[in-house]
Design a protein around this ligand. Structure first.
Ligand SMILES: [Zn+2]
Length: 77
C-alpha cells in the first residue's frame, strides 16, 4: 500500500467515525429530547439539545463554542 492509499484510508475511517458519532447523537436527541442544556438551561423545542453522559449542550451553545474556538485559533496564528 502506498502512502497516499494509507492517507485516504485514514481519512475514510475518520469520516466513518464522524458519521457514526452523528448518528449516535441524533439517536440521543430523539430519545432524550426533554433535557435542558447544561450550559444555558434552554430546553427543546427552543433549541436542539445533544445529550451525553452526565451533560447536555444545545445548538446555540455549540455555535458559541465554535466561535470561541475559532477566535482561539486566530489568536495562536
Ligand atoms: Zn445551551
Amino acid at each position: 500500500m502506498t502512502e497516499d492509499h494509507a492517507l485516504w484510508e485514514a481519512i475514510g475511517n475518520l469520516h466513518r467515525t464522524r458519521r457514526d458519532l452523528i448518528a449516535q447523537l441524533a439517536h440521543v436527541v430523539r430519545e432524550e429530547g426533554e433535557h435542558a442544556c447544561s450550559f444555558c438551561h434552554a430546553e427543546p423545542p427552543d433549541v436542539t439539545v445533544l445529550v451525553g453522559p452526565g451533560v447536555a449542550i444545545c445548538d446555540r451553545c455549540v455555535e458559541l463554542c465554535r466561535e470561541i474556538l475559532s477566535l482561539g485559533a486566530q489568536g495562536r496564528r
